[in-house]
Design a protein around this ligand. Sequence first.
Ligand SMILES: *[C@@H]1O[C@H](CO)[C@@H](O)[C@H](O)[C@H]1NC(C)=O
Ligand SMILES: *[C@@H]1O[C@H](CO)[C@@H](O)[C@H](O)[C@H]1NC(C)=O
Ligand SMILES: *[C@@H]1O[C@H](CO)[C@@H](O)[C@H](O)[C@H]1NC(C)=O
Ligand SMILES: *[C@@H]1O[C@H](CO)[C@@H](O)[C@H](O)[C@H]1NC(C)=O
Ligand SMILES: *[C@@H]1O[C@H](CO)[C@@H](O)[C@H](O)[C@H]1NC(C)=O
Ligand SMILES: *[C@@H]1O[C@H](CO)[C@@H](O)[C@H](O)[C@H]1NC(C)=O
Ligand SMILES: *[C@@H]1O[C@H](CO)[C@@H](O)[C@H](O)[C@H]1NC(C)=O
Ligand SMILES: *[C@@H]1O[C@H](CO)[C@@H](O)[C@H](O)[C@H]1NC(C)=O
Ligand SMILES: *[C@@H]1O[C@H](CO)[C@@H](O)[C@H](O)[C@H]1NC(C)=O
Ligand SMILES: *[C@@H]1O[C@H](CO)[C@@H](O)[C@H](O)[C@H]1NC(C)=O
Ligand SMILES: *[C@@H]1O[C@H](CO)[C@@H](O)[C@H](O)[C@H]1NC(C)=O
Ligand SMILES: *[C@@H]1O[C@H](CO)[C@@H](O)[C@H](O)[C@H]1NC(C)=O
Ligand SMILES: [Cu+2]
Length: 570
Amino acid sequence: MATNLLFAFAIFWLLPQSAFCITRHYTFNIVQHNVTRLCTTKSIVSVNGRFPGPRLVAREGDQMIVKVVNQVSNNISIHWHGIRQLTSGWADGPAYVTQCPIQTNQSYTYNFTITGQRGTLFWHAHISWLRSTVYGPIIILPRRNESYPFKKPHKQIPIIFGEWWNVNPEAVINQALQTGGGPNVSDAYTINGLPGPLYNCSSNKDTFKLKVKPGKTYMLRLINAALNDEMFFAIANHTLTVVEADAVYTKPFDTDVVFITPGQTTNVLLKTKPHYPNANFQMAAQPYFTGLGTFDNSTVAGILEYEAPLNSSPANQNKIKLYKPTLPNMTSTSFVANFTKKFLSLASTQFPANVPQSVDKRFLFAVGLGSSPCPKNMTCQGPNGTKFAASVNNISFALPTTALLQAHYFGQSNGIYTTDFPASPLNPFNYTGTPPNNTFVTNATKLVVLPFNSSVEVVLQDTNILGGENHPLHLHGYNFFVVGEGFGNFDPNKDPANFNLKDPIERNTAGVPVGGWLAFRFFADNPGVWFMHCHLDVHTSWGLRMAWIVLDGPLPSQKLPPPPSDLPKC
Ligand SMILES: *[C@@H]1O[C@H](CO)[C@@H](O)[C@H](O)[C@H]1NC(C)=O
Ligand SMILES: *[C@@H]1O[C@H](CO)[C@@H](O)[C@H](O)[C@H]1NC(C)=O
Ligand SMILES: *[C@@H]1O[C@H](CO)[C@@H](O)[C@H](O)[C@H]1NC(C)=O
Ligand SMILES: *[C@@H]1O[C@H](CO)[C@@H](O)[C@H](O)[C@H]1NC(C)=O
Ligand SMILES: *[C@@H]1O[C@H](CO)[C@@H](O)[C@H](O)[C@H]1NC(C)=O
Ligand SMILES: *[C@@H]1O[C@H](CO)[C@@H](O)[C@H](O)[C@H]1NC(C)=O
Ligand SMILES: *[C@@H]1O[C@H](CO)[C@@H](O)[C@H](O)[C@H]1NC(C)=O
Ligand SMILES: *[C@@H]1O[C@H](CO)[C@@H](O)[C@H](O)[C@H]1NC(C)=O
Ligand SMILES: *[C@@H]1O[C@H](CO)[C@@H](O)[C@H](O)[C@H]1NC(C)=O
Ligand SMILES: *[C@@H]1O[C@H](CO)[C@@H](O)[C@H](O)[C@H]1NC(C)=O
Ligand SMILES: *[C@@H]1O[C@H](CO)[C@@H](O)[C@H](O)[C@H]1NC(C)=O
Ligand SMILES: *[C@@H]1O[C@H](CO)[C@@H](O)[C@H](O)[C@H]1NC(C)=O
Ligand SMILES: [Cu+2]
């Protein structure tokens, strides 16, 4: 990564101010390497032997060429989470959706341009649970001649939340899918791959330290790459200013605690104290939990450390106090609801919010858990002896054994997928009331077809089946505007009157409130096959996923080009 960064910076400074956007080349070797955390050494799948993986650094408008070479026995694919991938759907990455996996000893070159986005995103593996160790930041700087809509930060630091298992996460999910039970929870949360001092057998060197100078503004690029947990994050004695979410500028607002779901990214400004405080400040993250059953309720901590003035003696430094932050109760839905409401698009002349004002296609998707019958020759460990499942409109999405985008592009859907995904639940019920007594889902590969540029409204409705839960839904290939949300059942007669069609937040991932609903809109202006799924990987694995087909537009620039020649085959 150091060489990549040096390379990137060398290029910035060699170019004249007026230079065009550039092409940046990266190589991701997928390798096994040993990592030790919590006194457990294990071999993990990683990119270039780094955990977390290397950062991609670019400017808005740049073209990215990332050659991924698979040197492990697992199949792999990489998703550039949040990148719009305008007419470059072949580079999006979800296995069996836009591509077949890259198999052992094969390679695939992802080729995409960063258009109309600036801020923080991240990349991660998009097959099974490999993203538990295969992830890293995407840092998109403004164009060279463009400034931030806030004071330029002194320094920028990615802060990535993750989860650590002492065992192999692939074994965890494979066993869970086999038995039908809930998968084992992780052993620790991590900040930049480090669990910090609050875990057994986690040393000082396994603690992330952020060294700062007084009187400066730092930009923290928060990324939640945890598999299954939404997180609260705070730094003792420091207020943070939110300025960007999912690579879109927000109206700035101050907060002591940030809430961030898996799949979300948030840039915050950290203003350090004007003078050396002779104290250290803990930064900590804990999960927000709304479901039933067990969860990893542990705390990851790091340290915000002020660089001591030259004249302070080492003896003094040992005695300096450590302040700890206060985080909300791990079940505080009230905090989450209040916090989420504060996000609004900047919606300035330079960065407008292009919210669809009218709707061509309307959808109501009930999202939640369910069950599958236990095969006759087995005993299952899911609810009441069944297998856990999850669904959208009661369809538990079955991944095909070939890639959907290829099947679509070559007109070979027959036997692979159908286009009759229900626009609303086939058997409506009181979604947030007593669940129906048959909670069995249907396994199928059904998609929705959208004409090019149609304006789409989706209401995501949480269900109470096996307990309501906050589900962070992620849409590939698009940002959407969150025009409304609330608790209880969505009321199509009353709720739209309160939609924000002026400056709603624009994101690629948003949490559907537990026992509630969330409405979003977007223009279907990007042809391809686009995955939409819960970003809690356990729910994705259980089938809380579906896909959209967006048709080509009339102009050449509105058509999906043919697949690259090295596109992996199944
Ligand atoms: C990795 O760790 C395992 C034990 O967990 C050990 O057997 C193996 O030799 C290590 N490999 C390397 C390359 O260090
Ligand atoms: C990347 O795609 C562009 C077209 O979008 C093409 O001109 C270029 O040759 C491609 N580069 C590589 C390395 O595949
Ligand atoms: C940190 O916050 C605590 C609790 O609010 C307060 O008592 C303390 O004085 C603060 N310390 C510093 C150095 O800001
Ligand atoms: C976390 O969960 C464990 C096991 O369920 C429980 O014993 C412990 O008290 C919990 N800790 C906190 C801080 O809630
Ligand atoms: C958190 O909230 C739950 C449910 O409201 C409550 O039972 C629990 O006591 C609270 N915990 C703390 C530490 O306040
Ligand atoms: C959320 O906002 C409401 C209304 O302003 C307030 O009563 C409640 O205390 C807030 N909840 C939290 C956890 O801050
Ligand atoms: C149950 O039967 C299925 C096929 O019907 C088979 O694939 C599976 O291995 C069997 N499982 C057990 C535990 O016997
Ligand atoms: C569990 O399954 C049994 C047998 O299928 C059924 O009679 C019972 O009502 C179920 N209980 C619940 C809580 O779903
Ligand atoms: C749905 O169930 C909830 C909780 O039981 C209840 O308060 C509500 O009135 C019900 N809504 C409808 C439309 O029946
Ligand atoms: C399922 O629900 C229906 C209607 O709510 C009820 O009539 C029926 O007895 C229930 N079946 C079981 C097995 O509980
Ligand atoms: C649906 O798919 C899941 C996951 O592959 C499987 O566990 C389950 O048995 C299937 N259910 C049905 C009804 O085929
Ligand atoms: C890798 O992917 C190919 C193509 O889908 C599949 O045939 C093969 O079984 C997969 N291998 C593993 C180890 O999952
Ligand atoms: Cu979910």
